[in-house]
Structures are given as C-alpha cells and as structure tokens.
Write a protein that binds this ligand. Structure first.
Ligand code: ADP
Ligand code: MG
Length: 365
C-alpha cells in the first residue's frame, strides 16, 4: 500500500500540466492568422473639412512604414481634398470655379471624379441631390458666413430659378467644368468627405496596409479586419442631438457606410428645426420625419451622396428610390409617440442590426 497523500505516481502527475501546455499550444496555434502577423494598432486623429477624422490601422509586424510616414500621407490626402473642394477656402478649386464665368474651367482629376458622381446621384434622385444648392445653403446660414435671418420667399424663388444641377456640364476628356449660368455656385460638402475617406484608403493600400478603418465626420470605410478574429464593427448613432448613444452597429468588411441626418447640424427658429440639408426642389430645409439615413456602398463617395439624397427625399420617396436602385440603406424615422422606428432595405445586412457594444464610432450606451 502506498502511504496516504503521496499523490499519483510521477507519470500520472505529468498528465494535467501536459494537457494544460497542449491546450495552450492549441489556442496559440488556432489564433495564428493566415496572413501576416499583427503587431500593433495605430490610431491617428485630426481635423479636416470642419470636422474630425480617425484612422485606425492594424500594423503588420513586417511593415516597412513608420507611423510618421503614414500620418504624413493621410494629412496630405485630406488636405488635397480640402484645398480642392472647400467652400471655406477662397483659393480652393471649387471657390475659383464658383467665381468663374460661363467658359470652360480646368479642374483636377479628383474634381472631375467627384462632380461626375454628384451629377449621377442628382439624376438618380431626380434632383434631390444637387450641388448647385450652394447659394441656398449660404442663404439659410450653413455656408462660411453667418446670416441674421432666414431668406425671404423672393430670395428663395430667385435662387431656385438660377440653380439646377443640369446647368453644370462635366467634360472628362478635356478635364473641364462648364456652368450654363454665371450665378451657379457649387457646394460639394455632401460628397467630399466620403471621397476623402476613399482617397485616404487608397493611399493606405498603396503603402501595402490592408487592415484599417477610416472615418471622416461620420463617413467610414473598413478594410480587412480589426483583429485576427474580429471584423470592424461600426456604430450607428441614435439620431438625437448631444450624446444620444448608439442605435445599432454593423460589420463592415471592405466596404463603406455614410450617414446623413438632421440631428447634428441644425438650428431652431420659433420652435422649428432648420436642417443643413436643403430640398433643392423647394429651396427650404427638409422637414419630414426621417431623422437619419445610413447607406452601405463599396464607394464611400457614393454612399455619402446617396445618404444626403435619401435624406432629402424623405421616408416614402427615399424608400422608393432605395428599392428601385437595390441599395443597402437603414432609415431611422421619428415615431409619433417619441423614439424612432427603423426601416432596413433588403440589401441591408440584417444580422447586423443588433444592439452595439465594442464598436468603433460614436459613444456606447
Ligand atoms: P450629412 O452627414 O447630414 O449628409 P453632409 O455634410 O454629408 O451632411 O451634407 C450636408 C451638406 O451638404 C450641407 O451642409 C450643405 O453644404 C450640402 N447640401 C445641403 N443640401 C444638399 C442637397 N440637397 N444636395 C447636395 N448637397 C446639399
Ligand atoms: Mg452626405
């Protein structure tokens, strides 16, 4: 008989630790990525186009680029878009085109790309999206200069008469823009942020970075993965002023999402909400119950423009356009008794519309 408490024989004593070590190996082995190993995540933030940007990059351990280098490339990309498309910079390409008369005006390739896409979305939305809304945006106090009062009915009528996206002609061969009326003033604010997101992403891919998230003022693109086991999860805000928290979150893999809403950029006059999104058909800010529209699309530029177009169209006409074009869109509509009702199109990733935790954007509940 063996003495009490002497424990199992030596071989048996090894079994538990051996199993433990084996399990550890298994866990480590299973967690190995198929591609390059990830060593680090960089979070780069800054200001551009009157808003904030965040870029998160999963850095491969074999990466040949430094954080400084990446930061410089990102800064150059957003600055290039801003100095081409800002209405706040007097010497931007857009401001110079706005002051130009009716003859052909030479512009950069990026301006051709963005204005062409703006015109395509204008056609798709029957003029709900319209970059010639510039003078109306200014008149309602959402341009570079503040205004004392909302515009008078005659002012609105005159601005409507001189505007219209069909008065802008894009000539990709010659690289020119032409306006049919000298009074035309363009505003690219509803598409330039999305374009800048795509542009930053393109630069990161050029640096052979494959796993990143780029967000500028709520327009976002996610590429690759956040970690070996997780994709990027992007939050959709509850459409309320202040820290409204999150409504839901979506998983984005190699695609983009833009959100348009009337809940951030607005002021109130006599209890009426004056939104920064203008209906180019009436010359007035939108007033319907559609509080926010999110669109998922492979191009962030397109998602950005579509989200604004659908915001203008409102819950019914917007829904008709989403269905006609087969878009992936989520509408949050103000409900009669307070709160919001959600409508998601067939193309919207339904498994993703769950309450969000651990997401990349917005504040958690
Ligand atoms: P949101 O994120 O709410 O869509 P954006 O910044 O993308 O906001 O677009 C709103 C801006 O676009 C406005 O501030 C204005 O400059 C411009 N804009 C307003 N109405 C229209 C419209 N109908 N078509 C195109 N641009 C518009
Ligand atoms: Mg937009």
């Amino acid at each position: 008989m063996s003495p009490p408490n002497s424990g199992p024989p030596p071989l048996k004593r090894m079994i538990v630790p051996a199993l433990f070590v084996g399990a550890l190996f298994l866990v480590v082995f299973l967690r190995q990525p198929n591609g390059p190993e990830y060593s680090d995540q960089w979070v780069l933030t800054g200001q551009t186009m009157g808003t904030a940007f965040t870029v998160k990059i999963v850095v491969p351990s074999e990466s040949g680029v430094s954080q400084d280098e990446v930061e410089t490339v990102i800064r150059a990309a957003v600055d290039a878009v801003d100095s081409a498309m800002s209405t706040y910079q007097d010497d931007s390409e857009l401001s110079r085109f706005n002051r130009h008369g009716t003859g052909p005006f030479d512009v950069s390739e990026s301006m051709i790309e963005v204005v062409s896409e703006a015109q395509r979305v204008a056609e798709l939305s029957a003029g709900a999206f319209d970059i010639t809304v510039g003078p109306l945006v200014d008149a309602w106090g959402f341009g570079p200069d503040p205004v004392a009062d909302p515009p008078a009915a005659e002012t609105i009528a005159a601005l409507l008469a001189s505007g219209g996206f069909d008065k802008i002609d894009v000539d990709p061969e010659r690289g020119t823009l032409v306006k049919a009326d000298e009074a035309i003033r363009c505003d690219l604010s509803a598409i330039a942020k999305g374009y800048a997101v795509d542009r930053v992403a393109r630069e990161l891919v050029r640096l052979e970075l494959t796993d990143f998230m780029v967000e500028i003022g709520g327009e976002v693109r996610a590429s690759g993965r956040k970690t070996v086991s997780e994709a990027w999860r992007i939050g959709i805000e509850r459409p309320e002023a202040g820290p409204g928290g999150l409504w839901s979150a979506v998983t984005l893999v190699d695609t983009a999402m833009a959100t348009s809403g009337d809940y951030r950029n607005y002021y109130e006059r006599d209890g009426v909400r004056i939104s920064h999104t203008i209906d180019p058909r009436t010359g007035h800010p939108i007033t319907h119950k559609l509080a926010s529209v999110s669109v998922i699309h492979p191009s962030c530029m397109t998602a950005d423009a579509l989200a604004t177009a659908l915001s203008v169209l409102g819950p019914e006409d917007g829904r008709a356009m989403v269905e006609r074009e087969g878009l992936a869109a989520l509408f949050l509509i103000r409900a009669a008794g307070g709160g919001f009702e959600e409508w998601a199109s067939d193309g919207w990733p339904s498994e993703n519309t769950v309450r969000a935790t651990g997401v990349e954007q917005g504040e958690s509940e």
